[in-house]
Write a protein of this length. Structure first.
Length: 441
């Protein structure tokens, strides 16, 4: 999920309120929140669109710390102790810890190329993952029944998250969480946030859930089979197998229940769908396809939406609030997404991720196929091209905000305005065609 730890969190905060559907590049990264405890799932970066081709700029890569690591550690030790960490716990956890340059490098990488959403989904819902998930649904059937009863979160979604976050525990990250977070607190772009996570990590160790050498995770500090960051662990990890420790690293039972606890807190509605694919009628106003435009399913039906086969939308969901998602713009498939989609976004604020979870959870029982055609011939804009697009939009009085390469709410609105003045479908989706058009004098 994350390729860039401080940027991700920063991005998340900026976009959380205004734009649920962040489909491009940097913002595509799973994000962990600061204000509300959420988690980083850096391992998903392996399958996330924007991390496919990370190309850190080594030329700009040099540390210029204001103090030595030892000086920082001494200062931070005082903070940790005043936050209630015992000195013996701190000293043991920090024994031999040095900054990890691979973490600094990952923190500063700015991926130039992003993977198209259809490629992301192809790997998210791979046949291998589906088969393994089906086997685990059977293997853990009794546990999942208990978890469903306790937390009211559907088992298919839990197993889908498990598969997406860590390939069912297979890839949890192999880096020392203390060392990674210490590096980021010392020399990262969001030191305050990293320090909060580091203190939370020390609290976990002090609580006795795990020892420091076994506390492994991603470079950004996302831990275990659920890829919780430490603060999310402290608020939501549970000991469901009853051995006295919240072990999201080694206990699938604890990991599944912790995921359920988090999704429950995020507003999961048991038995309700995440959403479903729809078909739009000719002449549909694509400007309505925006996370901020929520209508009941009944209202969407009145606007001409049908299921892909042309039949009426599900009668059971008519009163639910839904937004229309066009992950690849008007040329690709369309989806109505409901409350459970929003709950998944709280796990990881990426609409591609949420779509992947939704479709994967259905695929376990044979569903989850997308009938609409993805525009597989289209190439997503690179980061440089997104920045150029934003710059050109703003130069034409379509205010795209800061040219940061992130297609958030402002940029999307600017794209829609430009599309409307060109007489194009106003889907707010950044394309090569639009960039070409704006490059013309
Ligand atoms: Ca346990």
């Amino acid at each position: 999920m994350p390729h860039s730890f401080p940027r991700r969190w920063h991005v998340r905060q900026m976009i959380a309120a205004s734009s649920l559907f962040v489909l491009v590049a940097c913002a595509e990264q799973p994000t962990a929140a600061v204000a509300t405890p959420l988690q980083a799932a850096s391992l998903v970066a392996k399958t996330a669109p924007s991390t496919a081709v990370a190309q850190p700029d080594d030329a700009n890569f040099e540390i210029q710390p204001a103090m030595t690591f030892a000086e920082w550690q001494s200062m931070f030790r005082a903070q940790a102790l005043s936050a209630g960490i015992r000195s013996d716990v701190f000293d043991k956890a920090f024994a031999g810890v040095t900054p990890d340059m691979s973490v600094v490098k990952a923190d500063r990488s700015q991926p130039e190329f992003s993977r198209p959403v259809w490629e992301y989904l192809d790997s998210a819902i791979s046949a291998v993952r589906v088969r393994k998930g089906q086997a685990l649904l059977a293997q853990y059937a009794d546990t999942l029944t208990q978890i469903e009863q306790r937390y009211g979160v559907d088992r298919q979604a839990l197993v889908a998250v498990w598969g997406m976050e860590s390939s069912f525990g297979q890839f949890q990250g192999t880096q020392s969480v203390i060392r990674s977070l210490a590096t980021l607190a010392y020399e990262g772009r969001r030191p305050q946030f990293a320090q909060e996570q580091l203190i939370a990590a020390l609290q976990i160790i002090q609580h006795g859930d795990i020892d420091a050498p076994s506390m492994l995770g991603s470079w950004a500090g996302a831990m275990g089979q659920t890829q919780f960051i430490p603060t999310t662990y402290n608020t939501h990890a549970v000991d469901f197998d009853g051995d006295g420790r919240r072990d999201i690293w080694n206990s699938p039972v604890d990991a599944l229940a912790s995921t359920a606890h988090y999704l429950q807190s995020s507003g999961w509605q048991k038995g309700q769908p995440w959403g479903f694919e729809v078909q739009l009628r000719q002449g549909f106003d694509y400007a309505l396809a925006d996370a901020s435009t929520r209508k009941t399913v009944a209202e969407w039906q009145q606007l001409g939406l049908t299921l892909p086969n042309g039949s009426a939308l599900p009668a059971n969901e008519m009163q639910q609030q839904a937004a229309l998602l066009l992950p690849a713009g008007y040329k690709g498939p369309a989806f109505l997404v409901l409350d459970n989609f929003r709950a998944i976004l709280k796990y990881n604020n990426s609409s591609s991720y949420a779509l992947g979870i939704g479709l994967l959870s259905e695929r376990f029982s044979g569903g989850g196929s997308v009938l609409g055609q993805w525009p597989r011939g289209d190439r997503p804009l690179s980061r440089s091209e997104r920045i150029e697009l934003q710059t050109l939009l703003s130069a034409r009085q379509y205010d795209a905000g800061a040219p940061d390469g992130i297609i958030g709410a402002n940029t999307r609105k600017a794209i829609r305005n430009a599309q409307q003045s060109l007489g194009w479908p106003a889907d707010g989706y950044p394309t090569q065609e639009l960039l070409e058009s704006l490059r013309k004098p």
